[in-house]
Design a protein around this ligand. Sequence first.
Ligand code: NAP
Length: 279
Amino acid sequence: MFESQTISFIGAGNMGEAMIKGILRDELVPPDQILAADPRPERRAYLEEKYAIHTTNDNREATSAANILVLSVKPQVLPKVMDEIHLELDPNALVLSIVAGARTSVITQGLRHAAVVRSMPNTPGQFGVGMTVWTTTPHVSDKQQNQAQKILQALGKEIWMDDEGYLDMATALSGTGPAYVFLFIEAMIDAGVHMGFARHIAEEMVMQTIEGSLTVVRELKRHPATLRNMVTSPGGTSAAALYEMEKGGFRTIVSKAIFAAYRRSVELGDATERKLNED
Ligand SMILES: NC(=O)c1ccc[n+]([C@@H]2O[C@H](COP(=O)([O-])OP(=O)(O)OC[C@H]3O[C@@H](n4cnc5c(N)ncnc54)[C@H](OP(=O)(O)O)[C@@H]3O)[C@@H](O)[C@H]2O)c1
């Protein structure tokens, strides 16, 4: 599927490295078919040493060599980078962006290039257990779509959506999702410490409880409300705790928070698009 194809990365930081690691782990291409462009010499030396890939400090060089060009820089530098590289891009190449909030219209316009994948990964992708939601422009061929899927699987699970509107929703749900879970973990640990557990013991208890609960949801495949009812005895401890959570508006707060993230994602996307049109 990737025979004699070069996958180039523009920006090889946390996410770029996670993708490189996953691509090599899944043996999609040998290391010498990966070229990573990154400004810092020590970063390039580290990547060469650890993964035996090629690196460069020249984004144009990486772009002209690419059959698949991964955009993995921070959103702030994307306009400058697109300006720098667009003339070097092979018209038959596939562009795969993981840049948060950068709409396909921004990338197709910035690179004057039609075949674009836009994806929204999340931080667990750094360890191969991420959730990535992605979409494609109509010019992406079936072969390129399959290639993009394989590359994104390097970060964990992936779901393709035919409508880009879902990407802002995914940003709010799975992209920003780890932040909500971290807050919940923190709140539970603090409650444990408040009751009297040493912090490291409370941490272990909470993390194992969350991992275990996820396994129950996955294994039993029942609605979460059914699982919750199964552990709620009449007049018991779960009933007392859940009553307080509902009274405090837990469910509504979660929903409002996720909708706020969704609205913010749309706003940021609009702002980026406006900025590109002004330039
Ligand atoms: N981290 C996540 O979980 C996550 C989740 C979803 C989406 N994303 C998206 O993934 C992208 C990358 O995120 P990240 O966490 O991997 O960021 P990162 O670790 O900062 O990686 C970006 C890399 O790009 C390099 N860079 C800076 N300017 C450059 C330029 N002009 N040309 C080429 N490379 C350049 C940076 O080098 P220096 O460090 O020397 O500046 C750095 O090595 C972002 O757009 C982000 O929105 C990330």
